[in-house]
Design a protein around this ligand. Sequence first.
Ligand code: BES
Ligand code: MG
Ligand code: ZN
Length: 444
Amino acid sequence: MITINDKNLELTLKAVNSKYNLNSLVIKEHGVSTLIESEKTIYMFLKDDCCLKNLVKVLIPFFKTNKYDINIDVNSFVSLFKDANKAFKAVVETTLFETHKQFSMKKEECKCKNYNFVFDSKFKDLYEESSIKLEYMNFARDLQDLPPNVGTSVELAKRIEAKANELGNVKITIFDKKQIEEMKMGLLLAVNKGSYVDPRVVVLEYNGDPSAKKIALVGKGITFDSGGYNLKPSNYLDDMKFDMSGAAITLSTVMALAKRKAKCNVVAVGMFTDNRIGGNATLTESVVASMNGMTVEINNTDAEGRLVLADGITYAVRNQKAERVITVATLTGAIVIALGKWFTGAFSKSDSFYDDFYKASTESMEPIWRQPLICDHLEAMKCSKIADITNSEPGREAGSSTAAAFLESFSEGKEYLHLDIAATADHEHRGRAPMLKTMFELLK
Ligand code: BES
Ligand code: MG
Ligand code: ZN
């Protein structure tokens, strides 16, 4: 359990460095914590030039191994850093992330510890904001962690609807298969064809500033990616339940903004289905009309994310009248090779949109790295003899950029930014809900 300024717990965690006059038993090595029982204090020693990134790196293993109920003296951490607000956020948000009771179906319950934050009243509002962000980040992580037999499109839509209903200031729309057919979302339906589970499009609208231009966050919600007829080899199937991360993250971002009553005008669109094989599944070389009328040759059924997102983008610009669009997706293996777990790949033709987003990402300590996106990438996707565009460039060169170009071609001239979270969505078989904090920061 988490409490604030409630001095019930015996032990206190305090950050110190070489400038403190310390009990000789305190180990003065960066990142090492010493419990001094007579003082009822755990001293966490930090090197003098410790930056916030180093601090987070030390806090993570501390929480992973801690066996005590403790007060966290946040003031002691803040006093060691130049940027007090950023240090406060780093401590509180890392704690709320690392101590979250993660989804489990084990018989044995986890023995969760109690934590009590102790901080100055001037941080009250900042705490409120951080705790809202982490509530929805942890909600998204729990959705990510659901096994694919539980977290179907229908089930995810239900859980998101229930969570959004707690708020009261979010408009919830869930489109079922029949409505998806009526809207002519041919690409989403083509991906869904091999499944016995119906697709869902989940839309959450929050308008905290009617004068602001509307921004749409469109998320990939593939509840399991088998590859379809371009079936993935066994080892590539690992972690494919996380292919719905983009949708969980975008929808949770809107809920967080609504709970914070942020001044913004935002809509999230989650495109949910699984990608299966089966007698009815889409064959390669099928040509399908998208919601905006563009014909797409599906020359690779494993490039399904861009298909569902394309219809999501069309819905966002045409039906929702969004002026700016962000897509969030575990989209390509190529970005895993290029950037690994260290960065989310970001693509935009707009320097100003990218710059704004980059600023938000540094503020929220979620690293991104810009990737190329030019007209030639789209040209490479226009190689079908039959259709306007193909869903995969046969040569596989710059696979993440050609995927981004495919998506961008559906944005109808609106300001567009794409985030490829294939490598950052999960770590060690657990969801991490990347980019929620950054999108929150951008829009709050
Ligand atoms: N969901 C995958 C991308 C992915 C790969 C996510 C690894 C997480 C880890 C996506 O649908 C996919 O299969 N992409 C293909 C595209 C290709 C067929 C053009 C890929 O990257 O191989
Ligand atoms: Mg795929
Ligand atoms: Zn996929």
